[in-house]
Design a protein around this ligand. Structure first.
Ligand code: MG
Length: 161
């Protein structure tokens, strides 16, 4: 018998001029980047929370506190690898991930494929199991004003019983 579990993740970061913009494990050319304790990879943070939620293992803040020097400026791919270790230790593997990035600028279309490959390698699935969708907020609210971005993610994990 196979146990299937679904999890949901959500993350927001503020954007500031002149900061590096890392999303989905890659650096994207942008005038603004997230203010964060880590590298501020909102997509990876939302995926980590979706995976942790699916296994009911708490949240990203529990495992990687944002007041710890250990995680200051850390590459979020390291956090995703550590999250995968937790999921694997609990006996689960990833089935698929679906995400929506809510961001006014820049357009992400040309980066989606490399983000999928980058994340798939860490999550030990094929790139076709990683969905990354992009939308804007139609100039409404903090995202519309380009003050921040948000990502929502769902993850399905499975374990053979
Ligand atoms: Mg975050």
């Amino acid at each position: 018998m196979t146990s299937l579990r679904v999890g949901f993740g959500y993350d927001v970061h503020q954007l500031q001029e002149g900061r590096k913009f890392t999303l989905g494990g890659i650096l994207i050319p942008s005038e603004k980047g997230p203010i964060a304790h880590s590298d501020g990879d909102v997509l990876i943070h939302a995926i980590c929370d979706a995976l942790l939620g699916a296994a009911n293992l708490g949240d990203i803040g529990v495992h990687f506190p944002d007041n710890s020097e250990v995680y200051k400026g850390i590459d979020s791919k390291v956090l995703l690898r550590k999250t995968m270790d937790l999921i694997n230790d609990a006996g689960y593997k990833v089935v698929n991930i679906d995400t929506t990035v809510n961001l006014e600028r820049p357009k992400l279309k040309e980066y989606i494929s490399i983000m999928q490959t980058t994340l798939a390698n860490i999550l030990k699935v094929s790139a076709s199991e990683i969905s990354i969708k992009a939308t804007t907020s139609e100039k409404l609210g903090f995202i519309g004003r380009e003050e921040g971005l948000a990502v929502q993610a769902v993850a399905l994990i499975s374990k053979e019983l």
